[in-house]
Design a protein around this ligand. Structure first.
Ligand code: 5AD
Ligand code: SF4
Length: 466
């Protein structure tokens, strides 16, 4: 078992890829990448898959076919960690059946010291591990793993040092693409593990981002989502070049594509950004703006550095400039010390803002964060009760907002065949609403008009061609 300290050089990675490809020639090995967590993780996995293809692997989506299996993990809540650990636990049988399989684990969960220890001690069938900041060195790591059958753990933190460009990417969707514009986070919200597992904030060079978007537009991608933990604090190098400037430059790129972005932080969302959004046709009129709590006392304890008044004023500026804008948010219930009144303040914000959709989470204690040590942790029954009251309130609001669409015609990007009904297509409106309608698979990837005939809490139903 080795704890590896290597010398890492980005320039050498292509030659490591060649070395592995040579080793794999005539073997036709198969690789399976399993991803947990957020869009940033999905984007990271697409890079791992791109590198794997360059190294001679054929991708498979069945672990039973795989010669190499990689689990990309999440750490944002305990539930995500337990899920990854439980699925990883099942790979023990896979290894027993096929001892030649190589299993690796990476991502946020294993960028925490205590989890490295867990994998070392309790998951002996995992052959190698690498933390988030070592992703650009995956070719080097895999080369070492192939050459040396010992278990290997790469958990150095290189996050401050490099941003890698020119990593091959395997795009999983033919029409929608992720583009990371920055990595890491400096905000240290007191509940959040991200700054510890993804390191300090660093922005990608604006020319590299623009080149990537140009390429995607030329390849015909219809939707490009810019990713970062806090896209509003993007810094493009030149004096004062910010996220709004980047959006303007992206919108100058020719092509029939829509731009989305996530995630925004209310403390850094500017009127300049909202103005650019209102002016540029290419930017989808949808804003994901995590509120987390409607109580000023809780927001302060969370170190969010805005209050409900600032949040409401941003929302009213957005709606003044773009009356039809879709607004979604993240809410945490049961943060330490949250009183019944604090929680009611959150319900009150739901009513005042009328979000189109919310992503709600029960507070989960994260090792090493300030909130872990806070007194007044909320008992599980109260958390559960607040969660169900929150959902009930939002469902009422979502249905109310969806009903407005009945009888209207909407433009949607057709994403695929419905998961629940093979005769129906599914797509999303510009504002991110899910629509089901009858139609032919040839429409997938196209933007079409649909007349909405029925609204439900989470779904609109319509007729093609409306
Ligand atoms: N507990 C519950 N939810 C959390 N989130 C982040 N950390 C935690 C935690 N410890 C939520 C926040 C964030 C979203 C991605 O996950 O709402 O916006
Ligand atoms: Fe976590 Fe806050 Fe950074 Fe978002 S802004 S990743 S919630 S620390």
């Amino acid at each position: 078992m080795k704890n590896i300290k290597e010398s890492y050089e980005l320039e050498k990675q292509p030659s490591f890829m060649q070395e592995v490809a040579k080793y794999n020639a005539n073997k036709d090995p198969k690789a399976f990448v399993l991803t947990f967590g957020c869009q940033q993780n999905e984007a990271d996995s697409e890079k791992i898959m791109g590198m794997l293809e360059t190294m001679g692997y054929t991708l498979t989506d069945s672990e039973n076919d795989a010669d190499l299996l990689i689990v990309n993990t999440c750490a944002v809540r305990e539930h995500a960690e337990l899920k990854a650990l439980s699925i990883t636990g099942q790979f023990k049988h896979l290894k027993e059946k096929k001892p030649s399989i190589v299993i690796g684990i990476c991502g946020c969960m294993v960028s925490q010291e205590h989890r490295v220890g867990d994998i070392k001690n309790r998951y002996p069938y995992i052959d190698f591990l690498f933390g988030t900041s070592l992703l650009p060195y995956f070719p080097q790591i895999l080369r070492n793993v192939i050459k040396n059958p010992q278990r290997q753990f790469y958990n150095e933190d290189l996050a401050e040092k490099f941003i890698a460009e020119d990593i091959p990417v395997h795009r999983c969707d033919k029409h929608k693409a992720w583009v990371s514009i920055m990595y890491g986070c400096n905000n240290f919200c007191t509940y959040c593990v991200v700054p510890y597992v993804r390191g300090r904030e660093r922005s990608r060079d604006k020319n590299a981002i623009l080149a990537e978007v140009r390429q995607l537009a030329a390849e015909g991608y219809r939707e490009i989502t810019l990713l970062g933990q806090n896209v509003n604090s993007y810094k493009g190098g030149e004096q004062g070049y910010d996220f709004a400037d980047l959006l303007c430059d992206i919108c100058k790129i020719e092509g029939d594509f829509a731009v989305r972005f996530m995630t925004s932080h209310p403390k850094d969302a500017t009127h300049k950004l909202i103005d650019v959004m209102a002016k540029e046709d290419k930017i989808a009129k949808q804003f994901h703006l995590p509120l987390q709590s409607g109580s000023n006392a809780v927001l302060q304890a969370m170190n969010r550095r805005y209050d409900r008044e600032k949040y409401l004023s941003l929302v009213s500026y957005m709606r003044e400039k773009m009356p039809d804008i879709g607004i979604t948010t993240d809410i945490i219930v049961g943060f330490p010390g949250e009183t019944e009144q604090d929680f009611e303040d959150t319900l009150d914000m739901l009513e005042r803002v009328e979000f189109d959709n919310i992503y709600s989470f029960v507070y989960s204690k994260r090792r090493g964060t300030p909130a872990e040590k806070m007194e007044n942790q909320i008992p599980d029954e109260i958390k559960k009760d607040r969660m169900s009251r929150l959902l009930e309130k939002q469902n009422e609001i979502s249905l109310r907002r969806n009903r407005v669409y009945e009888g209207r015609c909407v433009d949607i990007l057709v994403e695929g065949v419905s998961k629940t009904n093979a005769n129906k297509l599914t797509g999303r409106t510009e504002k991110g609403r899910l629509v089901h309608f009858d139609g032919d698979a040839s429409l997938i990837g196209k933007r079409v008009k649909v007349k909405i005939t029925k609204a439900e809490t989470f779904m609109l139903y319509g007729e093609y061609g409306g």
